[in-house]
Design a protein around this ligand. Structure first.
Ligand SMILES: Cc1ncc(COP(=O)(O)O)c(C=O)c1O
Length: 452
């Protein structure tokens, strides 16, 4: 059997899959914080183009992918599905391990799957400038790349700690023509308020979202983009799972366990959502395993309730697993996994017990990343390393029980710009931090109570 399973460009999915059409129960509505009534398209119009607002609430199972979006995706798609034969050998497991390699995109992660679509719809509706936040810099570089393809201006608010730790992600963002500032920044009211309270704030995704949203609302012809969490982002990412399904058919195999790291939930959702109907229909044993850091344990420790998507409370209220919008994460190196909330779709599926979640400390996560680098050769992003850890543990459990399960994980990004995190691991400078329950209770005190 070949190690890599490729599809031709002609075999690329021509439509995105919408899980909302197949949910056993509908998602809870997104609420206006003042009225506590469901938000309508007019509430979202100042920050998103109408086509994306429609996708956010669409119940249609399939949405055709526009031709210009497919043309850009073809720069790197379809991405390979790879059998991790060397890792299997090293572990001595009877399990078959595969990974879907999303690190082959120009910015090096799954993020451009939605960045390209979002840039396209904004351009088509006459928008000239996009704003966004970025944690580790993967999303900011993906949006900058997408804007360069469609001739849009782009401003990125980058979480301060990553801005300082990852100078080359910043360079990449600038190479594709976007401007990038550390967040909290003096450029917005939200940023100035945070700096007045905590001048040496290391920033958070919640803070950077507040800044990027405010910028979009206050500037003409500018809209805001989000790299994860929202339903339309999950929709665009389903190209990953749709390709994976076809590739498994070609390989004559089928996954029993699907694994992915979860920050806002988009790379993992992209992989497993197209498999949910199979599980609901005739594969009840199929497992979907989300992996998060113990330092940001949204799905494993947070309550399922309404909360804001950002720190300043500018976004609508979203029903999700949350650590509270005031959550300030410890300085773990997987910057993309430091978000306080979780995609409503992922939260809903977790609540319905259709998927499960595990949390890991960062030292065992980097140990797994090292084993992967030494066997399969790829140096994965610290976020992705969480998925590698869980995959290895599932494969070891198969070894113990002598089970020939098929495991696939999403290799969401490479770690070429995260080597300082690997250095910190080598130098034994990574601390294993567990986010305390009391901090979650405290942070959730400021969320408005939602009736019912
Ligand atoms: C490489 C990589 N993987 C995973 C994530 C987590 O985000 P999500 O859960 O939306 O895929 C990020 C976020 O920045 C990332 O850069």
């Amino acid at each position: 059997m070949d190690k890599k399973i490729f599809l031709s460009e002609k075999e690329m999915p021509q439509a995105w899959y919408n899980i909302q059409a197949d949910l056993p129960e509908p998602l809870a509505p997104v609420l206006h914080p003042g009225t506590q009534k469901p938000v309508g398209p007019e509430d979202l119009a100042p920050i998103f183009p109408m086509e994306l607002i429609k996708q956010e609430v669409s119940q249609e199972r399939w949405t055709p992918i526009p031709e210009p979006v497919l043309d850009v995706l073809k720069i790197w798609r379809p991405s390979p599905l790879v059998r991790a034969t060397a890792l299997e050998k090293k572990l001595g497991t009877p399990a078959r391990i595969y990974y879907k390699n999303e690190s082959v995109s120009p910015p090096g992660s799954h993020k451009p799957n939605t960045a390209v679509a979002q840039a396209y719809y904004n351009k088509a509706e006459g928008v000239e400038r996009l704003t966004t936040e970025t944690g580790a810099g993967q999303w900011g570089s993906a949006l900058s790349f997408a804007c360069s393809q469609f001739g849009l201006e782009c401003k990125v608010y980058m979480v301060r700690v990553s801005f300082d730790q990852k100078p080359y992600r910043k360079s990449l963002i600038r190479t594709w023509g976007a401007s990038v500032v550390p967040s909290p920044s003096p450029d917005t009211e939200a940023g100035r308020a945070i700096l007045a309270r905590t001048p040496d704030s290391t920033g958070s995704l919640g803070m950077a979202i507040s800044e990027a949203v405010e910028d979009a609302v206050k500037h003409d012809n500018t809209k805001y983009t989000l790299g994860s969490v929202l339903n339309h982002v999950m929709l665009h990412q389903t190209v990953i799972g749709l390709e994976t399904k076809k590739q498994f058919e070609l390989a004559g195999d089928s996954p029993d366990i699907l694994v992915g790291c979860t920050g806002g939930g988009s790379n993992f959702g992209g992989l497993f959502l197209p498999f949910v109907p199979d599980k609901l229909k005739d594969r009840p044993d199929m497992r979907f395993v989300a992996v998060e850091p113990t330092a940001c344990p949204t799905l494993t420790k947070g309550p399922f309730q309404y909360d804001f998507g950002d720190t300043a409370g500018l976004t609508p209220l979203i029903k999700m697993f949350t650590l509270g919008h005031n959550f300030v994460p410890s300085g773990i190196h997987a910057g993309g996994l430091r978000y306080h909330g979780m995609a409503p779709i992922i939260s809903h599926l977790k609540k319905l017990n259709i998927m499960e979640a595990v949390a890991y400390h960062q030292n065992p996560v980097f140990e797994a990343a090292m084993m992967f680098a030494m066997t399969e050769g790829i140096v994965v992003a610290p976020e992705t390393a969480h998925a590698v850890r869980a995959t290895i543990d599932e494969a070891l459990a198969c070894k113990e029980r002598n089970e020939e399960k098929c495991i696939v994980f999403n290799l969401s990004g490479h770690g070429h710009f995260d080597l300082s995190a690997y250095d910190a691991y080598f130098d034994k400078k990574l601390t294993d931090f567990e986010h305390p329950e009391e901090a979650i209770i405290e942070s959730l005190k400021s969320v408005p109570a939602v009736e019912g």
